[in-house]
Design a binder for this molecule. Structure first.
Ligand code: SAH
Length: 691
């Protein structure tokens, strides 16, 4: 709440003089932007409330008359933070509900962050820009209840990170002690993604309320590393060693575990057979070894799985229980902090009517206290945010990006007092300690994919969603190149990303995994809780089989129930060996209008570390083909159907020459290697790794 003196601020409420709205008596453009004037009994002065955004101000808001007759899009961003008035809006669509956000008392205002900046200051970006926040959404959604999660707090977020990292170490330890393997790379991150598909618990990240304790994805990934982890076979000598290692481990396993005599016999017999073959071979080729290994795995695999089943299920159950315990501790601590500020949990259920509204950002209804200070300084263009000795970094232009998003969307903090603490919490959730110098990990990492693991051996690296090994988790955050976003907007009317974070979003409106950290920066919440009726969307999901299945089902349901223009452009790797179920489902869907293939090595992805990496590490050649599946209902097809011209526009955007990066360094720095290996190597290995 601003403290400046307002017009008529000390006048008592008197009958209004006639105006465009006799009840509120404000200039027409101010009224049109959603502002109304009310009398504060507590402060004994007038205040201004925006019924569209829920924002409140002591001063009369300044709204410039725009060429579009004052409607958002041509109006001031500050007074139109939602950008909800769009040309295609059907007439019966309503504004989002304001719910009951509180005005802040003047005494609460102070500088915790970049608070000295005027909220009305226009954003001017320094450095390259990889987003476009001028594009407003054409999405119409069903109204959803506000978010009753506790507002983020650095103390609580730091505690969540601490417990999550402990959970990661416990997982690693369980895999080591029970199965003699390292925890499969990315399997913890994918476990979170998979669990969140069904979780009904109250922690934004750690699962606590899932129907089944055993996670199919964690089970699958551990099992695929038993009895030994998969390995890239490049040379016959290496292959020979690996076959030997596998055979030994298989034998040891059936000898030491509880399994049926028949299983034991078959495995031992297969092992003996291959050992004899190995002893006879002096000049076998790589292919010979691979063939033998495949045969051995086919023979032994089912028996080894049977032998390890209960133990692997035990790991999954244990991790789930530990997650529940950790989430409970975080919850208690978080509320303890908030209660110290007199903030109570909201128990009541918010009623939502099934009505169509223009797409709006998350409403956090629990009040937020003044957050503790975050110290901020810049080192070599990198912003360093410190809270109690924990330093998190991001490139300066990304801090500006976050500030821009915050100014557009955040409704409870006009003086930006809580901006830096909320950025710190966001980074803490996604990123972790400064660790930006690493090479880029591949997008869509598969089980066993991607370099050596060194859990716990990376010095201070301690990350929450991303994990603690070099590059871990970043493969789940890679983004489409900027020209592709421009093309999908231009040719297919896309205005919205369905899988994003405030760090990697291109549009100002998007869905993301964490409503509580991301909502202040424009997130509309997790994709599966998002129910659009119309609009054109881009989806570039992270790889989790279960999330992909749920996504495909969700999109089909939405398309089947809406008669208004609805369109999804889904970008997924062309993996057909074997094809993932979600791919088959979408390819065979009655809503599929076209599948566009972008060949491997002929296109790029933007790094999952884009907010911390240098320009030269920004783009990376894709070692797999990308499929663009275009799913549309009849009206969506009529409006944004994949005509030859549109598809050409999309493919052209992928071409290197049509892919001018906003910064020259990013263009110069495109690399053909991933994780230090040549693209060709990475690709030839992906089959073995995907298993
Ligand atoms: N926005 C970019 C990058 C996508 S990377 C693009 O569209 O190209 C995939 C993103 O999905 C990650 O940022 C990840 O955190 C996010 N994500 C994970 N689970 C999600 C969920 N349930 N809903 C929405 N986004 C999710």
């Amino acid at each position: 709440m601003s403290t400046g003196s307002s017009d008529k601020s000390s006048d008592p409420p008197t009958p209004q003089s006639p105006g465009p709205d006799p009840v509120h008596d404000l200039p027409e453009e101010v009224l049109r932007a959603g502002w109304r004037r009310f009398w504060s009994k507590r402060e004994k002065r007038w205040y201004y409330f925006n019924k569209m955004t829920g924002e409140s101000l002591w001063e009369m808001p300044v709204v410039h008359k725009s060429p579009h007759n004052g409607v958002p899009g041509g109006s001031d961003r500050i007074t139109d933070p939602l950008g909800i008035s769009v040309p295609d809006t059907p007439t019966d669509v309503r504004s989002p509900p304001p719910f009951d956000l509180k005005r802040r008392r003047d005494s609460e205002a102070s500088i915790t962050s970049l608070g000295s900046m005027s909220p009305s200051k226009r954003m001017k970006m320094e450095g390259p820009v990889y987003w476009n926040f001028d594009i407003l959404s054409n999405a119409i959604i069903f109204e959803h209840p506000p978010c009753t999660m506790p507002p983020v707090h650095p103390e609580a977020e730091s505690y969540r990170a601490q417990l999550t990292n402990k959970l990661r170490s416990q997982y690693q330890e369980l895999c080591q002690t029970r199965e003699g393997i390292d925890a499969p790379r990315e399997s913890f991150n994918r476990w979170i993604l998979e669990r969140k598909v069904t979780d009904r618990g109250n922690d934004p990240m750690l699962p606590t309320h899932c129907a089944h304790e055993v996670s199919p994805s964690m089970y699958r990934e551990i099992m695929s590393d038993i009895p030994v982890r998969g390995c890239r076979l490049r040379h016959p000598v290496e292959a020979r060693k690996y076959v030997f290692k596998y055979a030994e481990a298989a034998k040891k396993m059936v000898e030491s575990r509880n399994c049926s005599p028949d299983s034991r016999k078959i495995v031992k017999w297969s092992v003996e057979d291959i050992m004899q073959w190995l002893r006879r071979q002096n000049s076998a080729t790589l292919e010979d070894y691979q063939e033998r290994l495949t045969h051995l795995k086919t023979q032994c695999g089912p028996h080894l799985t049977e032998a390890a089943k209960s133990s692997v299920e035990g790991i999954c159950q244990k991790i789930y229980h530990l997650s529940c315990e950790s989430a409970k501790k975080i919850y208690d601590k978080h509320w303890e902090i908030l209660k110290e500020h007199g903030i109570e949990e909201i128990q009541r259920k918010f009623e939502v009517h099934k009505r169509r509204v223009q797409c709006y950002q998350i409403h956090m209804v629990v009040s937020c206290p003044r957050l503790p200070s975050i110290s901020y300084h810049v080192e070599n263009n990198v912003g360093c945010l410190r809270f109690k000795g924990e330093v998190l970094t991001l490139n300066q232009n990304y801090l500006q990006k976050l500030e821009h998003l915050y100014r557009i969307h955040c409704r409870d903090d006009r003086p930006l007092e809580n901006f830096l603490p909320r950025v710190w919490c966001l980074l803490r959730r996604y990123q972790g300690f400064a660790d930006s110098g690493h090479d880029f990990a591949r997008r869509w990492a598969t089980p066993g994919r991607g370099g050596e693991r060194s859990s716990g051996s990376n010095g201070p690296a301690s990350q929450t969603l991303f994990g603690s090994s070099p590059n871990e988790g970043t493969g789940l955050q890679g983004a489409l190149p900027v020209p592709v976003f421009e093309a999908v907007h231009k040719h297919f009317g896309v205005t919205f990303e369905l899988f994003a974070s405030p760090l990697n979003c291109y549009f100002r409106q998007y869905c993301s995994a964490f409503p509580d950290t991301d909502g202040y920066f424009g997130s509309r919440g997790p994709v599966l809780d998002f129910h659009p009726v119309s609009g054109s969307f881009e989806a570039n999901p992270p790889f989790s089989e279960e999330l992909l299945n749920a996504m495909a089902e969700h999109f089909e349901r939405l398309l089947a129930t809406s008669s208004e223009p609805l369109s999804f452009l889904v970008f997924i790797p062309e993996w057909r060996d074997p094809p993932i179920p979600a791919l088959l489902r979408m390819e065979n869907s009655i809503f599929k209008r076209k599948t566009v293939v972008v060949p491997a090595f002929e296109h790029e992805y933007r790094s999952g570390l884009q907010h911390v990496c240098s320009g030269s590490d920004l783009y990376h050649k894709s070692v797999h083909g990308t499929l663009v599946l275009i799913l549309q209902n009849e009206a969506g097809f009529a409006k944004w159907g994949p005509t030859d011209e549109r598809v050409k526009g999309l493919l052209d955007a992928y071409k290197p020459h049509g892919n001018p990066s906003p910064s020259t360094s990013a263009t110069e720095g495109r690399r053909e290697s991933v994780d230090g290996k040549s693209a060709t190597e990475s690709r030839s290995n992906s089959k073995e790794e995907k298993r």
